[in-house]
Design a protein around this ligand. Structure first.
Ligand SMILES: [Zn+2]
Ligand SMILES: [Zn+2]
Length: 156
């Protein structure tokens, strides 16, 4: 049997076994594996209960899309419009840093839209480490009808 045919046959058998077991192995450099383990831990902590690795990965992917969706496309003028409306500044009360991100007040994953009232400018630190970690909550309508709750516990 030629080498390539053998390889394909082996892959087919491997894939069938993977499907039957409902799990798969990933080979990764040690740093990447460590990072994945930390991300799984963080996802379980955020969920407040034990969830399967698969559910963790799904939540991590959803969070990633939520966070970076408006950031990944330089042609996306919506991001710029929101930052302009907010004078390029983070809108968290007391923060004077430049805004890096436009955040969805009602999360996209909860049905939030791209309407201007649903978007608010935040610095990266407040966006990633506070709002999405549950320490700060913002509700209402931007730019004049926002309600900030600061110093909450981490998201349950
Ligand atoms: Zn956000
Ligand atoms: Zn800020």
């Amino acid at each position: 049997m030629p080498c390539i045919t053998l390889r394909r046959e082996l892959t087919k058998i491997e894939e069938a076994q993977v499907c039957a077991r409902g799990e798969f192995d990933v080979w990764a450099p040690r740093e990447v594996a460590g990072l994945v383990a930390l991300a799984l831990c963080a996802a379980r902590k955020a969920a407040g209960r034990w969830i399967s690795s698969g559910e963790c990965l799904a939540r991590i992917a959803a969070e990633f899309v939520e966070t970076w969706r408006l950031f990944d496309d330089e042609r996306n003028t919506l991001h710029k419009q929101i930052l302009e409306r907010d004078d390029g500044l983070c809108q968290v009360p007391g923060c004077s840093r430049a805004a890096d991100h436009a955040h969805h007040i009602v999360f996209r994953s909860a049905g939030g839209t791209d309407d201007h009232w649903n978007l608010v400018s935040l610095c990266a630190a407040h966006h990633l480490h506070c709002v999405h970690m549950g320490w700060i909550r913002v509700t209402g309508r931007a730019p004049d009808g926002l309600r900030w709750e600061l110093g909450l516990g981490a998201r349950a």
